[in-house]
Design a binder for this molecule. Structure first.
Ligand code: F6R
Length: 237
């Protein structure tokens, strides 16, 4: 695991954007794994700026998001579909047909989970996966105790995660109880992974990851078994 310590959120965003830009420049038809949340907003802004400056094209890029809530409309302001469009897709030249998020409204959710992993496989697998980390060590919606063997699956959100995500909803009671998420096994298949974390709130999680102890009680720890992970972090001391 490679560790890059940065001083500001902007620096973290820039370092991460450079890794993603290089990936796209070297392989224009890259398959990217993307995350939502506060951590990647700055990186997406930076990628949009690079695209608008003419340095970066998403024309052949395919993207697969980690997760989506179950039971909310794609068009809802709180859906991850909306988040991705408002932060990245609406401002770059990506083709709508190349954008994939798990469908949390599928009539048959079990089928949707299997189909999502299959779609990723058919695209040739994820070249570069972006991750954030929850205060409890979750990655995607894989909460403590989630199996390292899990593929895309339906999960019940913990109270801690529902509380963290309540800022995106008008009322905390509107936070969905379930989500569809890539499992740890699906995430580990990515050829390269970048995890970004900034701020005091993430201190305990980053220290736990650094401690090197691998356990399903701390989902991010499985990343220590991946051969190509970069953690860009800061503001934690
Ligand atoms: C988002 C996701 C989550 C977040 C994590 C950190 O798609 O899967 O695991 O990456 O909760 O969220 P932020 O960046 O908001 O601190």
């Amino acid at each position: 695991m490679k560790w890059i310590e940065v001083n500001t959120y902007e620096e973290m965003s820039e370092v991460a954007a450079t890794i993603f830009s290089k990936q796209i420049q070297e392989k224009p038809d890259s398959v990217l794994g993307l995350a939502t949340g506060g951590s990647p907003v700055g990186m997406y802004k930076e990628l949009v700026a690079r695209h608008q400056a003419g340095h970066l094209s998403f024309k052949e890029v395919q993207t697969f998001n980690l997760d989506e809530y179950v039971g909310i409309e794609q068009s809802s302001p709180a859906s991850y579909f909306t988040f991705m469009h408002e932060n990245l897709f609406n401002f770059v030249d990506i083709q709508p047909k190349n954008v994939y998020l798990p469908n949390g409204q599928a009539a048959n959710l079990a089928e949707e989970c299997a189909a999502y992993d299959k779609r990723i496989e058919e695209a040739g697998g994820i070249d570069l996966q972006l991750l954030g980390i929850g205060v409890n060590g979750h990655i995607a919606f894989n909460e403590p105790g989630a199996s390292f063997d899990a593929k895309t699956n339906i999960v019940e959100l913990t109270e801690s995660t529902r509380t963290e995500n309540a800022i995106y909803f008008d009322d905390p009671s509107e936070v969905p109880t379930h989500a569809i998420t890539m499992g740890i096994h699906s995430i580990m298949k990515a050829k390269e992974i970048v995890l970004i974390a900034f701020g005091e709130k993430k201190l305990a999680a980053i220290e736990k990851l650094k401690s090197g102890h691998i356990t399903e009680e701390f989902p991010a720890s499985q990343l220590l078994n991946h051969p190509n992970v970069t953690v860009i972090y800061g503001g934690t001391n």
